[in-house]
Ligand binder design. Structure first.
Ligand code: NAP
Ligand code: ZN
Length: 349
């Protein structure tokens, strides 16, 4: 086993502490990645706090990983030492079911192997990217294009793909009116990507505090959802709404903003159920849908799309000692727009 440094939480409340974890010895198709940056996703918080179900501690979160290949297994063909690479939310899947055959490994019928908090095919409990190195089979590693800095690329591995995938699937593009609910990590990527796809983009945020930023990110319009007028004014107007909110919201109110045949896609994943009045759907043949990250092929496609359109994440780089503080700020919706851990600070007090 390979011993590496990591920041782990030892119970649901934290705090994070420096610790040592084990990575498996390189198998023939494995690559060893020296992690340079790891993004902080709200899912890290839901998971570590046990909101989505029980987890084992110590837990090392982190599924927005950007780094450099530092060693390759004997049969690796896709990557070489020195390559700039990324790893997202999953590190393996069965490879044999209909979803895997379609390249939708995130929907593997046997369950994909999460980058952390899962048991992998070798029987090891997986630990994530708040760490100096990770070992991943080459088919779950993607290439980070040269023109995207590694720190701003890290959040693309989850926030980027989680918003690109539904925008692509529901055909955001010229002539389509897209609304993004919540301007956090996922939300700000949704705005940039939908804008780059050519859609008319509206941000629906709790307040107008981030309006200037939203417009700069590529939104055409910006409304506060705390103002009841917003819902009157925008009734029936959107083809597609991407809800990135990490908490419960009034889904019926947002469904009322969809046009005929419009779709509201929930990517936000609050632990508690969301109530839906079926009349909100029946009236205008509306759809309430969900979407989970994206497959490996699509993740590479998203990175190449971002490179082509000069898109990356807006980040605040922090030291490893600041993870607890950053989590509190994410919970307070005080993130502009993704915290990224500089892994070179791993051992600093
Ligand atoms: P985030 O950075 O915290 O952004 C969430 C945003 O939602 C906040 O910035 C805030 O935006 C808004 N919000 C928060 N609390 C709210 C409330 N009580 N009422 C209304 N709006 C509220 O989180 P994130 O990392 O983008 O993740 C968002 C959600 O997506 C999480 O639940 C996460 O687990 C989930 N997720 C899902 C997938 C997937 O595959 N489906 C992948 C990654 C993450 P404003 O300040 O603009 O209102
Ligand atoms: Zn995530």
């Amino acid at each position: 086993m390979i011993q590496v440094n990591a920041r782990a939480t030892f119970n649901p409340e934290g705090p994070f502490k420096l610790t040592t974890i084990e990575r498996r010895e390189l198998q023939p198709h494995d690559v060893l990645i020296e992690i340079k940056y790891a993004g902080i996703c709200h899912s890290d918080i839901h998971t570590a706090r046990g909101e989505w179900g029980p987890v084992k501690y110590p837990l090392v979160p982190g599924h927005e990983i950007a780094g450099i290949v530092s060693q390759v297994g004997a049969e690796v063909t896709k990557y070489a030492v020195g390559d700039r690479v990324g790893v997202g939310c999953m590190v393996d899947s069965c490879g044999e079911c209909s979803s895997c055959h379609k390249g939708e490994e995130q929907y593997c019928l046997h369950g994909n192997t999460g980058t952390y908090g899962s048991t992998d095919r070798h029987g090891h409990y997986t630990q994530g990217g708040y760490s100096t190195h990770i070992v991943v089979t080459e088919s779950f590693v993607v290439r980070i294009p040269d023109n995207i800095p590694l720190d701003a690329a890290a959040p693309l591995l989850c926030a980027g793909i989680t918003t690109y995938s539904p925008l692509h699937h529901w055909e955001a593009g010229p002539g389509k009116k897209v609304a993004v609910v919540g301007l956090g990590g996922l939300g700000h990527m949704a705005v940039k990507i939908a804008h780059a796809m050519g859609a008319e983009v509206t941000v629906l945020s709790q307040s107008l505090k981030k309006k200037e930023d939203g417009l700069q990110l590529g939104a055409d319009h910006y409304y506060a959802t705390s103002d009841p007028e917003t819902f009157k004014q925008l009734a029936g107007s959107f083809d597609l709404i991407i809800n990135t909110v990490s908490a419960q919201i009034n889904i019926d109110a947002y469904l009322s903003l969809l046009a005929l045949d419009g779709t509201l896609v929930n990517v936000g994943a609050p632990a508690d159920p969301l109530a839906v009045n079926v009349f909100s759907l029946i009236g205008q043949r509306r759809t309430f849908a969900g979407s989970m990250i994206g497959g490996i092929r699509e993740t590479q496609e998203m990175l190449d799309f971002c490179a082509e359109h000069n898109i990356a994440s807006e980040i605040e780089v922090i030291a490893a000692s600041q993870i607890d503080e950053a989590w509190e700020r994410v919970l307070a919706s005080d993130v502009r727009y993704r915290f990224v851990i500089d892994i070179s600070t791993m051992e600093q007090a």
